[in-house]
Design a binder for this molecule. Structure first.
Ligand code: SF4
Length: 362
């Protein structure tokens, strides 16, 4: 998120955190009855999925979607998952990255699978492998491959399905070699994180800078870097480093700018990885911010709080588990009562499995 909204949230006692910690905000704070979320929709929906019945979740801008999540809407994933489940039965489970809708998390729950975040993905994949399961990993092909390598999997046993685009799947599952695959990756990706290249990494390393990168980036860039991990990993690695350290950080631009601001106070230099002068990129990359996430800004937050205070908050900002949002119009397609109860049940199974796996390892 942009630094201005982060400062505002911190100033008024709110919570700034990664997706794992945010997911637990409603359930860990049962006395809070109204929760306003200033991030992407899947994050607000996850909070709503784990919320108690007397807690409401609102989003400051209903058009704030994640383009990776938009490449794995339920109407794209379900037919493919059904085909694979029909073929492999109980041998297959779905791991849904946090960057998915509740409906996709519910598919994970139904198949005995779990949700994961970028920090606990290796733990969740190891957990699935110990059961001898074939994994359908949704939606990020890069996090899937990076996690497979981290878990010691042979890349020849990782199959990546086609690009799902945002308008729908145009390929056939039968065209992919899924029988011999231990992990089948959905072909979604994050446009912000896939700009990083090994050439950029080497450019910084040749100048004596350390390079750390988010695992939604391409495998070649991750393997060239000094380290990779979640936003919490990136933040802590920089902030725990001795004064005089220099880091090029490969992740979302607003995050890097916030980190740079804090790190310089400790005498640590931070630059955005894509600011390397390579690939004909002789100008500045501009920081590669996530445009959709940034639709949450201080005016939207202030406006939302004011409308809630007056009892006039629009329903379009109310986040209920199971909602599918059209990020162009902000319209919501809502499940009926019974459908929602079933979806929440299954999505909670997948989320709670992730929590159990993560807490057991810590
Ligand atoms: S940076 Fe990428 S993964 Fe994160 S919210 Fe934006 S589009 Fe989604």
């Amino acid at each position: 998120m942009g630094g201005e909204i982060v400062k505002l949230v911190e100033k008024y006692g709110g919570k700034v955190a990664d997706s794992y910690a945010l997911a637990l905000q409603a359930s860990r704070n049962p006395e809070k009855k109204v929760i306003v979320e200033s991030a992407v929709h899947f994050m607000a929906e996850t909070i709503a999925t784990l919320a108690n019945d007397d807690q409401q979740v609102w989003i400051t801008n209903p058009k704030a979607g994640c383009t990776m999540e938009m490449m794995a809407k339920d109407w794209m994933v379900l037919p493919v998952a059904d085909e694979l489940i029909a073929k492999y039965g109980d041998d297959l489970l779905v791991i849904a990255y946090m960057n998915t809708s509740g409906r996709i998390k519910a598919i994970a729950g139904q198949t005995g699978g779990a949700v994961c975040t970028s920090s606990n993905a290796p733990l969740v994949v190891d957990w699935a492998r110990k059961q001898g399961k074939k994994i359908l990993f949704v939606p990020d092909e890069h996090l899937g491959r990076n996690t497979a390598v981290k878990c010691g999997m042979d890349l020849s046993s990782v199959c990546t399905l086609g690009d799902p685009h945002t308008y729908g799947v145009t390929w056939k599952t039968a065209d992919y070699e899924t029988d011999s695959a231990e992990m089948i990756c959905w072909g979604g990706y994050c446009g912000v994180h896939t700009i990083f290249t090994p050439q950029q990494v080497r450019w910084w390393k040749n100048k004596g800078w350390q390079v750390i990168i988010h695992p939604e980036s391409k495998l070649e860039a991750v393997q060239a870097a000094d380290g990779s991990g979640s936003t919490a990993y990136l933040w802590n690695t920089v902030m725990d480093a001795p004064s005089g350290s220099k880091f090029a950080v490969g992740t979302e631009g607003h995050f890097v700018r916030n980190l740079k601001e804090q790190a310089i106070i400790k005498g640590i230099d931070v630059m955005h990885l894509a600011d390397a002068m390579v690939d004909n990129n002789d100008n500045n990359s501009g920081g590669c911010g996530c445009a959709t996430m940034s639709r949450n800004d201080p005016p939207h937050l202030a406006g939302m709080l004011d409308l809630l205070r007056k009892g006039e908050a629009p329903d379009i900002n109310r986040v209920i588990a199971g909602d599918v949002v059209n990020e162009q119009t902000a319209e919501r397609q809502r499940l009926s009562g019974d459908e929602r109860i079933e979806m929440i049940f299954n999505a909670k199974l997948a989320l709670n499995r992730m929590i159990e796996i993560t807490e057991a390892a810590s």
